[in-house]
Design a protein around this ligand. Sequence first.
Ligand SMILES: [Ca+2]
Ligand SMILES: [Ca+2]
Length: 245
Amino acid sequence: MISVSSLRIRRGLTLMFAVSLVLFAFASCGDDDTVSPKKATNRVLELDGDGDYVSVPIASHTFVTFTVEVKVKVPNYNSNVHFVSLQQNAYLVIGDWDGGCISSWADNLSPLDAADAIESAITADEWHHFAISYDGTNQYVLIDGVVVAERATTGTVTNSASYASGLKIGCRYSGAEQFVTGQIDEVRVWNIFRTETQIRDNMNKTISAQTGLVGYWNFDDGTAADLSGNDADGTLVGDAAIVKK
Ligand SMILES: [Ca+2]
Ligand SMILES: [Ca+2]
Protein backbone atom coordinates (compact mmCIF):
# COMPACT_ATOMS: atom_id res chain seq x y z
CA MET A 1 0.00 0.00 0.00
CA ILE A 2 1.26 3.49 -0.87
CA SER A 3 0.16 6.03 1.67
CA VAL A 4 -1.37 9.37 0.68
CA SER A 5 1.61 11.21 2.15
CA SER A 6 4.16 9.27 0.06
CA LEU A 7 2.05 9.92 -3.06
CA ARG A 8 2.17 13.63 -2.29
CA ILE A 9 5.92 13.48 -1.88
CA ARG A 10 6.23 11.63 -5.21
CA ARG A 11 3.99 14.19 -6.94
CA GLY A 12 6.01 16.97 -5.36
CA LEU A 13 9.29 15.47 -6.62
CA THR A 14 7.82 14.94 -10.10
CA LEU A 15 6.68 18.58 -10.22
CA MET A 16 10.12 19.80 -9.08
CA PHE A 17 11.76 17.63 -11.78
CA ALA A 18 9.43 19.04 -14.44
CA VAL A 19 10.10 22.63 -13.35
CA SER A 20 13.85 21.96 -13.42
CA LEU A 21 13.59 20.61 -16.97
CA VAL A 22 11.69 23.71 -18.13
CA LEU A 23 14.22 26.04 -16.47
CA PHE A 24 17.11 24.09 -18.05
CA ALA A 25 15.42 24.28 -21.46
CA PHE A 26 15.01 28.07 -21.15
CA ALA A 27 18.64 28.49 -20.07
CA SER A 28 19.82 26.41 -23.04
CA CYS A 29 17.81 28.49 -25.53
CA GLY A 30 19.89 31.61 -24.86
CA ASP A 31 22.72 32.94 -26.97
CA ASP A 32 26.03 31.14 -26.35
CA ASP A 33 27.40 34.37 -24.94
CA THR A 34 24.98 34.14 -22.00
CA VAL A 35 26.22 30.72 -20.95
CA SER A 36 28.56 30.81 -17.98
CA PRO A 37 31.52 30.59 -18.06
CA LYS A 38 31.63 32.69 -21.19
CA LYS A 39 33.35 31.00 -24.12
CA ALA A 40 36.37 32.76 -25.60
CA THR A 41 35.57 34.13 -29.04
CA ASN A 42 38.01 33.30 -31.81
CA ARG A 43 38.91 36.54 -33.52
CA VAL A 44 41.30 36.95 -36.44
CA LEU A 45 43.16 39.70 -38.25
CA GLU A 46 41.54 40.87 -41.50
CA LEU A 47 43.56 42.69 -44.17
CA ASP A 48 42.45 44.19 -47.51
CA GLY A 49 45.81 43.92 -49.31
CA ASP A 50 46.31 47.68 -49.59
CA GLY A 51 48.46 49.15 -46.85
CA ASP A 52 47.14 46.98 -44.00
CA TYR A 53 49.29 45.22 -41.44
CA VAL A 54 50.14 44.88 -37.77
CA SER A 55 53.32 46.55 -36.62
CA VAL A 56 55.06 44.96 -33.65
CA PRO A 57 58.02 46.54 -31.82
CA ILE A 58 59.43 43.17 -30.87
CA ALA A 59 62.73 43.07 -29.02
CA SER A 60 65.79 42.00 -30.97
CA HIS A 61 66.60 38.34 -30.81
CA THR A 62 69.46 36.17 -31.91
CA PHE A 63 68.05 32.96 -33.23
CA VAL A 64 70.41 30.03 -32.89
CA THR A 65 67.26 28.01 -33.43
CA PHE A 66 63.76 29.22 -34.16
CA THR A 67 60.18 28.40 -35.09
CA VAL A 68 57.71 30.80 -36.68
CA GLU A 69 54.06 29.83 -37.10
CA VAL A 70 51.01 31.47 -38.67
CA LYS A 71 47.50 30.50 -39.72
CA VAL A 72 46.26 32.05 -42.93
CA LYS A 73 43.10 32.15 -45.02
CA VAL A 74 43.47 33.99 -48.31
CA PRO A 75 41.68 33.91 -51.68
CA ASN A 76 44.93 33.29 -53.54
CA TYR A 77 47.96 31.33 -52.38
CA ASN A 78 50.12 32.46 -55.27
CA SER A 79 50.47 36.11 -54.48
CA ASN A 80 54.02 37.02 -53.44
CA VAL A 81 53.26 38.26 -49.93
CA HIS A 82 54.86 38.13 -46.51
CA PHE A 83 52.72 36.59 -43.76
CA VAL A 84 55.19 37.29 -40.95
CA SER A 85 58.31 39.34 -41.48
CA LEU A 86 60.88 40.07 -38.81
CA GLN A 87 63.56 42.64 -39.55
CA GLN A 88 66.54 43.07 -37.32
CA ASN A 89 70.02 43.03 -38.75
CA ALA A 90 69.09 39.87 -40.49
CA TYR A 91 65.53 39.20 -41.43
CA LEU A 92 63.29 36.22 -40.97
CA VAL A 93 60.26 35.76 -43.18
CA ILE A 94 57.54 33.25 -43.87
CA GLY A 95 55.61 34.05 -46.98
CA ASP A 96 53.86 32.96 -50.13
CA TRP A 97 56.00 33.51 -53.18
CA ASP A 98 55.01 33.65 -56.83
CA GLY A 99 54.73 30.20 -58.29
CA GLY A 100 52.66 28.71 -55.49
CA CYS A 101 55.30 28.10 -52.91
CA ILE A 102 55.12 28.64 -49.20
CA SER A 103 58.63 29.34 -48.06
CA SER A 104 60.98 31.00 -45.67
CA TRP A 105 63.83 33.45 -45.90
CA ALA A 106 66.30 33.68 -43.06
CA ASP A 107 69.29 35.99 -43.50
CA ASN A 108 72.56 34.66 -42.10
CA LEU A 109 71.56 31.08 -42.72
CA SER A 110 73.21 29.05 -45.42
CA PRO A 111 71.28 28.31 -47.51
CA LEU A 112 68.85 31.18 -46.96
CA ASP A 113 65.71 29.12 -47.25
CA ALA A 114 64.52 25.56 -46.81
CA ALA A 115 63.61 25.12 -50.46
CA ASP A 116 63.54 27.15 -53.63
CA ALA A 117 60.03 26.11 -54.44
CA ILE A 118 57.40 24.05 -52.71
CA GLU A 119 54.58 22.98 -54.92
CA SER A 120 51.71 21.88 -52.76
CA ALA A 121 47.96 21.57 -52.92
CA ILE A 122 46.77 24.45 -50.77
CA THR A 123 43.11 25.26 -51.06
CA ALA A 124 42.19 28.89 -51.57
CA ASP A 125 39.78 30.49 -49.09
CA GLU A 126 40.50 27.83 -46.49
CA TRP A 127 42.54 28.12 -43.31
CA HIS A 128 46.03 26.65 -43.47
CA HIS A 129 48.81 26.53 -40.92
CA PHE A 130 52.33 27.37 -42.04
CA ALA A 131 55.56 27.12 -40.10
CA ILE A 132 59.29 27.47 -40.60
CA SER A 133 61.74 26.04 -38.13
CA TYR A 134 65.47 25.59 -37.63
CA ASP A 135 67.17 23.24 -35.21
CA GLY A 136 70.71 24.48 -35.88
CA THR A 137 71.34 21.69 -38.36
CA ASN A 138 68.33 21.62 -40.66
CA GLN A 139 65.63 24.11 -41.58
CA TYR A 140 62.10 23.08 -42.37
CA VAL A 141 58.87 24.30 -43.91
CA LEU A 142 55.64 22.80 -42.62
CA ILE A 143 52.18 23.02 -44.13
CA ASP A 144 49.28 22.02 -41.88
CA GLY A 145 51.68 20.42 -39.42
CA VAL A 146 53.59 18.30 -41.91
CA VAL A 147 57.17 18.90 -43.05
CA VAL A 148 57.10 19.59 -46.80
CA ALA A 149 60.66 20.85 -47.21
CA GLU A 150 63.89 20.26 -45.35
CA ARG A 151 67.45 21.37 -46.03
CA ALA A 152 70.76 20.97 -44.20
CA THR A 153 71.64 24.44 -42.92
CA THR A 154 74.29 26.33 -40.95
CA GLY A 155 74.36 29.76 -39.34
CA THR A 156 72.61 31.92 -36.78
CA VAL A 157 70.05 34.67 -37.37
CA THR A 158 71.81 37.54 -35.61
CA ASN A 159 70.33 40.74 -34.29
CA SER A 160 71.29 44.36 -34.28
CA ALA A 161 69.11 46.58 -32.12
CA SER A 162 70.10 49.71 -34.04
CA TYR A 163 68.85 48.19 -37.28
CA ALA A 164 65.63 46.70 -35.95
CA SER A 165 62.37 47.72 -37.55
CA GLY A 166 60.44 45.10 -35.65
CA LEU A 167 58.01 42.52 -36.85
CA LYS A 168 55.24 42.99 -39.39
CA ILE A 169 52.22 40.72 -39.67
CA GLY A 170 50.70 40.87 -43.13
CA CYS A 171 53.39 42.54 -45.22
CA ARG A 172 57.13 42.92 -45.91
CA TYR A 173 59.21 44.15 -42.97
CA SER A 174 59.46 47.60 -44.57
CA GLY A 175 55.70 48.07 -44.14
CA ALA A 176 55.55 49.22 -47.76
CA GLU A 177 54.83 46.20 -49.95
CA GLN A 178 53.87 42.53 -50.30
CA PHE A 179 50.60 43.06 -48.45
CA VAL A 180 48.35 40.12 -47.59
CA THR A 181 44.71 40.09 -48.68
CA GLY A 182 42.75 37.84 -46.34
CA GLN A 183 42.83 36.72 -42.74
CA ILE A 184 45.64 35.80 -40.34
CA ASP A 185 45.59 34.19 -36.88
CA GLU A 186 47.76 32.46 -34.25
CA VAL A 187 51.10 34.10 -35.01
CA ARG A 188 53.88 32.58 -32.90
CA VAL A 189 57.58 33.33 -32.80
CA TRP A 190 59.83 31.00 -30.81
CA ASN A 191 63.56 31.12 -30.11
CA ILE A 192 63.54 27.34 -29.83
CA PHE A 193 63.04 24.55 -32.31
CA ARG A 194 59.59 23.02 -32.17
CA THR A 195 59.26 19.53 -33.56
CA GLU A 196 56.80 18.56 -36.26
CA THR A 197 54.72 16.76 -33.61
CA GLN A 198 54.74 19.74 -31.24
CA ILE A 199 53.68 22.06 -34.05
CA ARG A 200 50.92 19.75 -35.25
CA ASP A 201 49.58 19.05 -31.75
CA ASN A 202 49.22 22.76 -30.96
CA MET A 203 48.27 24.32 -34.29
CA ASN A 204 44.51 24.14 -33.77
CA LYS A 205 44.36 25.46 -30.22
CA THR A 206 45.41 28.56 -28.35
CA ILE A 207 48.51 28.28 -26.20
CA SER A 208 49.87 29.86 -23.00
CA ALA A 209 53.00 31.87 -22.34
CA GLN A 210 55.89 29.42 -22.00
CA THR A 211 59.63 29.04 -22.29
CA GLY A 212 60.90 29.84 -25.76
CA LEU A 213 57.79 31.70 -26.90
CA VAL A 214 59.02 35.24 -27.60
CA GLY A 215 55.89 36.55 -29.31
CA TYR A 216 52.30 35.34 -29.62
CA TRP A 217 49.32 37.11 -31.16
CA ASN A 218 45.90 35.44 -31.49
CA PHE A 219 43.64 38.54 -31.64
CA ASP A 220 40.95 36.85 -29.52
CA ASP A 221 40.63 39.80 -27.13
CA GLY A 222 40.00 42.15 -30.05
CA THR A 223 43.54 43.57 -30.01
CA ALA A 224 46.98 42.67 -31.33
CA ALA A 225 48.33 42.23 -27.80
CA ASP A 226 51.33 39.95 -27.35
CA LEU A 227 50.25 37.02 -25.19
CA SER A 228 53.75 35.61 -24.70
CA GLY A 229 54.48 37.78 -21.67
CA ASN A 230 57.11 39.78 -23.56
CA ASP A 231 55.04 42.95 -24.08
CA ALA A 232 55.45 43.04 -27.85
CA ASP A 233 51.96 44.46 -28.40
CA GLY A 234 51.11 45.17 -32.02
CA THR A 235 49.42 48.21 -33.59
CA LEU A 236 46.89 47.93 -36.41
CA VAL A 237 47.89 49.96 -39.47
CA GLY A 238 45.69 51.06 -42.39
CA ASP A 239 42.34 49.26 -42.60
CA ALA A 240 43.60 46.28 -40.60
CA ALA A 241 40.71 45.01 -38.49
CA ILE A 242 40.09 42.28 -35.96
CA VAL A 243 36.92 40.33 -36.69
CA LYS A 244 35.10 37.25 -35.41
CA LYS A 245 36.24 34.13 -37.22
CA1 LIG B 1 43.77 49.05 -46.82
CA1 LIG C 1 42.25 33.94 -32.97
